[in-house]
Ligand binder design. Structure first.
Ligand code: PLP
Length: 394
């Protein structure tokens, strides 16, 4: 019998990312007694959001790989039906190509090295390239021969206040420049599309409507039909102090925005969520290595996986129930493991009064940018991943 290509690939993917499976973090701790931090992967959360996007978003869903490039994340998203990947470096393009040979990458960084452009084009067959300046377009044109199979996606700047992280001060062309870029791309023999990014952790859908209006201005200005309109990422995660709306309300805003544009039938609509797809997909178990009065010294910190706390997004926290804890709580200062005195949690945290050395604390919602931004500083690098089937705190 012919081997089935899908199951062959499935097996290949699985062997990359098979993780030990536990029901709860308590079981992880009982088994490993880890003195090192352990990521608890909750695949069911990742698949559920992916399915919500695939059903609700009116177009193609590209996963923004930078948000969490771990093999388990790519695999889980692919299995849930995500086939398109927003990549921003050659390493990300290669990662996707090697782990998921049937997936498609889009080179969505407005600044690319010549070597990266050449390899993306020649080795990996990437077709979509973002630009926000004519010098980048000219660079691409010196490397990729003209032809309609290459799509130049023009990124227009949007200044939207409703996002926690603003991204347009670094990238994006003003509308008039974006129009000139679209025209120049066509003149060079490529096709063109339009993209924007409202910023990350966007608290309502209004930014997407504004972005689509800008896209409309660009398309009218260029005076030719675009191949794609890409509304970027920015869909929120749910933190203790920053919630955003239900995903459906963003999809409604996007549909409303799109209804004001007269796009050709074959124009693709795309989005590039990162955070929303993976935020709930991982928590982190840390251990208390020393208690000094109201201070707890943990084995993970600000050079580890807590970057979102640095930007004032509060993570849910709980002690891992390896023993009975006092019901009374107190505020603690949390220190990370490095020697830097800046390695301190930016807020105090309320936990049982009788926590001591050896206890474990679980931080939820670090799936987005947590693992991705951790460093090797001072020799500390969390790199143990297990799968956990129950929800945080259940
Ligand atoms: C970071 C980034 C994303 C993902 O943003 P989220 O806020 O995590 O959804 C998407 N597109 C581009 C171009 C990005 O730089």
């Amino acid at each position: 019998m012919q081997p089935n290509i899908n199951s062959a690939m499935d097996a290949a993917v699985r062997s990359y990312t098979r993780l030990p499976v536990y029901e709860t973090p308590e079981q992880v701790v009982a088994d490993l007694q880890p003195s090192y931090p352990v990521f608890c992967v909750r695949r069911h959360h990742i698949s559920a959001v992916a399915e919500e996007f695939l059903e609700g978003f009116p177009g193609d869903v590209l996963y923004a790989v930078k948000c969490n490039p771990e093999p388990h994340m790519l695999e889980t998203l692919f299995k849930a039906g995500i086939r398109h990947f927003d990549t921003a470096s050659l390493a990300e393009v290669a990662l996707v190509a090697e782990q998921l040979p049937e997936a498609t990458s889009y080179f969505m960084h407005p600044v690319k090295s010549r070597a990266a452009i050449r390899s993306a084009h020649e080795v990996y067959g990437v077709r979509h390239y973002v630009v926000d300046h004519e010098t980048e377009l000219n660079k691409i044109a010196e490397i990729i021969p003209p032809g309609p199979e290459t799509v130049i996606v023009v990124r227009v700047a949007i200044h939207y206040e409703g996002a926690v992280y603003e991204l347009s001060s670094k990238f994006g062309a003003p509308v008039s420049d974006a129009i000139a870029l679209g025209r120049a791309a066509l003149k060079k023999g490529y096709r063109y599309g339009v993209a924007f990014h409202v910023g990350s952790q966007c608290l309502d859908g209004e930014g997407f409507e504004q972005g689509l209006q800008l896209a409309d201005e660009v398309i009218r200005g260029v005076g030719a039909e675009p191949v794609c309109v890409d509304v970027g990422g920015g869909f929120p995660g749910e933190y203790l102090n920053s919630m955003g709306q239900q995903m459906g309300s963003y999809f409604s805003s996007i549909k409303k925005g799109l209804s004001g544009l007269s796009l050709p039938d074959d124009c693709r609509v795309m989005c590039e969520p990162g955070r929303a797809l993976c935020v709930d997909g991982e928590s982190l178990i840390t251990q208390v290595h020393l208690r000094k009065d109201e201070a707890l010294y943990l084995n993970d910190g600000m050079y580890g996986s807590f970057i979102e706390e640095k930007y004032n997004l509060h993570l849910p926290i709980r002690p891992v129930a390896t023993r009975e804890f006092a019901t009374e709580c107190q505020d603690y200062t949390l220190y990370g493991p490095t020697c830097d005195s800046l390695d301190i949690f930016p807020r105090t945290v309320s936990l049982p009064v009788d926590l001591k050395e050896g206890d474990w604390i679980e931080f939820d919602r670090i799936g987005a940018y947590g693992a991705a931004c951790r460093t090797h500083f001072n020799g500390f690098f969390a790199d143990t991943f297990v799968e956990v089937t129950r929800n945080f705190g259940d």
